[in-house]
Ligand binder design. Structure first.
Ligand SMILES: *Cc1c(COP(=O)(O)O)cnc(C)c1O
Length: 349
């Protein structure tokens, strides 16, 4: 979801941005109008994420998927190893891409348990000399989320935060690098955000193609080439809204209440619905559930869509149902869902 106010504001400014008479997507990305938006957006993101001085923020294209490759290309030391936690579908994609670049050590895997749990953060110790340790802070498809993050000592901790970025306060100084596609919590598709500790920029080989190098983008303040202007503009408006709401801590509070409401509806349904994830690992962003009678799931999806509740079908790889409580979701939206669920259970039990 995008906040309605942001969509309205984009629509109002789309044809003629402020007093320029041109759309912001028509002007030069080197001109003053876009530059102001670019710098302001980086500033807002740094402020809301509380990014420390000694980190750079990069705005890139290619989605989180490109980061699966770009990360090891830049940070996996020659002849070295990178540690990965195999927590689900997205972690596995990151692992498979890293394997094309260098040696991967899977520290822990939830595969045998059908990806319904995570390792205890304290028990996770990186391999000696590992280039970095990669985790997926929220598994979007499996509906599991790290509550606390492992302490990896001198080994940089790297996180794919595509599906929970800015949904809760995070201590960036615990990480060497954070990346996220913008399209779930921050804005439209087409923009990927990377936060990287400046120290790590020294690892980036100058043999890499220029666009593939974090260091090239950091030196150019994400203006090495034409940046994804439209999604950056839209994210600017989303971030302004988040700032006005009170920032990540306020969003986390709202999100917690919404997730509790939905899990309560599932757990309190007398077994009509069930969540496959153990309570301590349940995601507050992506709530997954099944119907006890799985052959009624397609009816549930059809009827909920007809009632205006869109996008509740689980990922095609796992089936079932899933509701995403990204930042723009409201308690009113969640209550409409839980009341539909109660009605559906009554009529189909
Ligand atoms: C959606 C998602 C991705 C893929 O993002 P793209 O921007 O489509 O490449 C990667 N990781 C996680 C955790 C996701 O939720």
């Amino acid at each position: 979801m995008m906040p309605t106010g942001v969509l309205e504001s984009l629509a109002a400014d789309m044809v003629a941005y402020r007093e320029t008479g041109l759309s912001l997507i028509e002007v030069s990305h080197r001109g003053a109008d876009y530059d102001r938006v670019h710098q302001e957006t980086i500033g807002l993101f740094r402020e809301l994420m509380r990014v420390p001085e000694e980190y750079s923020v990069l705005f890139l294209g290619g989605g989180a998927t490109m980061q699966f490759s770009m990360l090891p290309m830049n940070l996996l030391l020659p002849g070295g190893t990178a540690d990965y936690v195999d927590s689900g579908a997205w972690a596995l994609k990151a692992i498979n891409e890293a394997r094309k670049v260098g040696k991967v050590n899977v520290l822990w895997s939830g595969e045998e348990d059908h990806y319904r749990l995570l390792p205890p953060a304290d028990a996770l110790k990186p391999t000696v000399g590992s280039s970095y340790l990669h985790i997926t802070s929220n598994e979007t498809i499996g509906g599991i989320q790290w509550e606390r993050f492992p302490d990896t000592g001198d080994v940089p901790l790297v996180a794919d935060m595509s599906s929970d970025i800015l949904s809760r306060p995070v201590d960036v100084s615990q990480f060497g690098l954070i990346y996220a596609g913008a399209q779930k919590n921050l804005g439209p598709a087409g923009l990927t955000v990377v936060i990287i500790q400046d120290e790590l920029l020294k690892r980036c080989s100058n043999q890499l193609g220029s666009y593939l190098s974090y260091s090239v983008h950091a030196k150019a303040n994400s203006l090495y080439n034409t940046p994804p202007v439209f999604p950056i503009w839209a994210m600017n408006l989303v971030l302004q809204g988040i700032k006005a709401q009170g920032g990540a801590a306020v969003l986390a509070g709202e999100n917690q209440k919404q997730a509790e409401e939905l899990y309560r509806a599932i757990d309190g349904s007398g077994g009509f619905y069930r969540c496959p994830v153990r309570p301590e690992f349940r995601s507050r962003m992506n709530v997954v559930w099944r119907l006890a009678e799985e052959d009624k799931e397609s009816l549930f999806i059809r009827e909920s869509a007809a009632a205006g509740l869109v996008g509740l079908k689980g990922h095609r790889s796992v089936g079932g149902c899933r509701a995403s409580l990204y930042n723009a979701m409201t308690m009113e939206g969640v209550r409409r869902l839980t009341s539909f669920m109660a009605d559906f259970a009554r009529h189909n039990a």
